[in-house]
Design a protein around this ligand. Structure first.
Ligand code: PMP
Length: 456
């Protein structure tokens, strides 16, 4: 790109290393700079407006201009801009939020613990699980099972739980003690003629075989997102969580529900665990907890986790874990207000109703020549593109068609994200049916343009 010297674009290239970006290519292409947001829209530095169909990073539930969150932040900032929860200390926003989350939980939970990101929360979950095994006198019980295509973050432990190659190649990950079982992606991975129930049974059997081969007494926990997000929006097939949980229960293995994307309404219930009948021992939440206006994340733990942890901390003298910014008062105040808004405006019902409309409208594209599968639930969906519908073969390199369509869609005023060849849609929970129609119309035009290039 021809950035003017000293322009934001030129300075970005000079000074800024981007997350999840090809750093060499960025020196050529430069950034897309977003200047402001309103409702479901954002505007770039050229004044072009987009529907933010990813809610930022699956997270801005209440939209980009919620004044009540600004006011909540300002009130707390003036009263007490910082305090912490080390050494028995605390503050009101943190206590209020802990109580709110424990009471909101769909299964009995005991305590909330606060962190700053989804990755930190999953790291913390893993440390708590190891600590618990030691407390129970089972030091051999340290292995964690997660899934291929699962996404749990990028710290050393959470990137190890993540089951995506880009998060591990050249980072010398995963670390020891993390095992990956198959992803529940029915459309890609089911055998010919296999029903969803049969596929789920096969995956549960595979999990049990893995547990038996490793030694059940060595397996501490299973981590899973109710619906996989960054792995391509994979909705579990019929019976999946029920069968997986039956295996975990048989061997006394903890379940961690990573609700970082699904939590607070995304799937049409308050939590993905409710949508899929999951009974987790630990729930990990972030993103929509504060609509990402400020970074904050939390874990809810039940007494199966809390009680041994309390004993162990008593034996050692302290629970030697915590973050300076964990439960930050301003972030906690914003999260509380955000959860109040989600409840008062019944955005969960909106996710269910407008979500049903979005799923229906997107499925109308299933007959498009480039569309292999449309999948999703509530206000989260993916449209997976293929060059050949019969063989599900990609167009050239995997991801090339997804990248092409995503670029065209952006030109047509909608920000999505292609995970390989799957275009994801996860708009703010406040989206209306009319706005969904605009989004789907833009997608159709973009797919037609992509088809012309592919066939041309
Ligand atoms: N878990 C899930 C399910 C996620 O989607 C994400 C982020 N996309 C994370 C964990 C990691 O969160 P963070 O980026 O805040 O570390």
């Amino acid at each position: 790109m021809d950035a003017q010297p000293n322009s934001p674009e030129a300075r970005d290239i000079l000074y800024h290393l981007h997350a999840y970006t090809n750093a060499r290519k960025h020196q050529e292409t430069g950034p897309m700079i977003i200047e402001k947001g309103e409702g479901i829209y954002v505007e770039d530095s050229n004044g072009k407006r987009y529907i933010e169909a990813m809610a930022g990073l699956w997270s801005v539930g209440v939209g980009f201009s919620e004044q009540r969150l600004v006011d909540a932040a300002m009130r707390q900032m003036s009263k007490l801009p910082f305090y912490h929860n080390f050494g028995h200390k605390g503050h009101s926003p943190l206590i209020d939020l802990a109580e709110k989350l424990v009471k909101m939980a769909p299964v009995p939970m005991s305590k909330a613990f606060f962190t700053n990101s989804g990755s930190e929360a999953n790291d913390t979950a893993m440390k708590m699980i190891w600590y618990r095994s030691n407390a129970l006198g089972q030091p051999q019980r340290k292995k964690i099972i997660s899934r291929k295509r699962g996404y749990h973050g990028v710290t050393i432990a959470s990137a190890s739980l993540t089951g995506l190659p880009n998060n591990q190649i050249s980072f010398d990950l995963p670390i020891a003690n993390v095992l990956h079982t198959s992803s529940p992606h029915y459309w890609r991975e089911a055998l010919p003629g296999e029903s969803e129930e049969q596929f789920s049974t096969r995956l549960a059997n595979e999990l049990e075989q893995m547990i038996l081969a490793e030694g059940p007494e060595t397996i501490a926990a299973f981590f899973g997102e109710p619906v996989m997000g960054a792995g391509g929006v994979v909705v579990p097939p019929a019976g999946y969580w029920e069968k997986i949980q039956a295996v975990l229960n048989k061997y006394g293995i903890l379940l961690v529900a990573d609700e970082v994307i699904c939590g607070f309404g995304r799937t049409g219930e308050m939590f993905g665990s409710q949508t899929f009948g999951m009974k987790p021992d630990i729930m990990v939440m972030s993103k929509q907890i504060s609509s990402s206006y400020l970074p904050i994340s939390a874990l809810l733990i039940n007494d199966r986790v809390f009680e041994p942890l309390a004993d162990e901390s008593n034996r050692i003298g302290t629970f030697g874990h915590g973050f300076t910014g964990g439960g930050h008062p301003v972030a906690a105040a914003v999260a509380l207000e955000n959860l109040n808004i989600i409840e008062e405006r019944d955005l969960v019902s909106n996710a269910r109703e407008v979500g049903a409309h979005m799923q229906k409208r997107l499925r109308e594209l299933a007959s498009h020549e480039l569309v292999g599968e449309v999948r999703g639930i509530g206000l989260i969906a993916a449209v997976e593109l293929v060059a050949d519908k019969a063989t599900k073969a990609p167009w050239g390199q995997p991801g090339a068609l997804g990248g092409l369509a995503n670029g065209l869609l952006q030109q047509n005023g909608v920000i999505s994200r292609n995970m390989g060849d799957a275009l994801a849609f996860c708009p703010p929970l406040i989206i209306t049916k009319e706005q969904v129609d605009t989004l789907v119309d833009a997608l159709k035009v973009s797919l037609d343009a992509a088809a012309a290039q592919v066939r041309g």
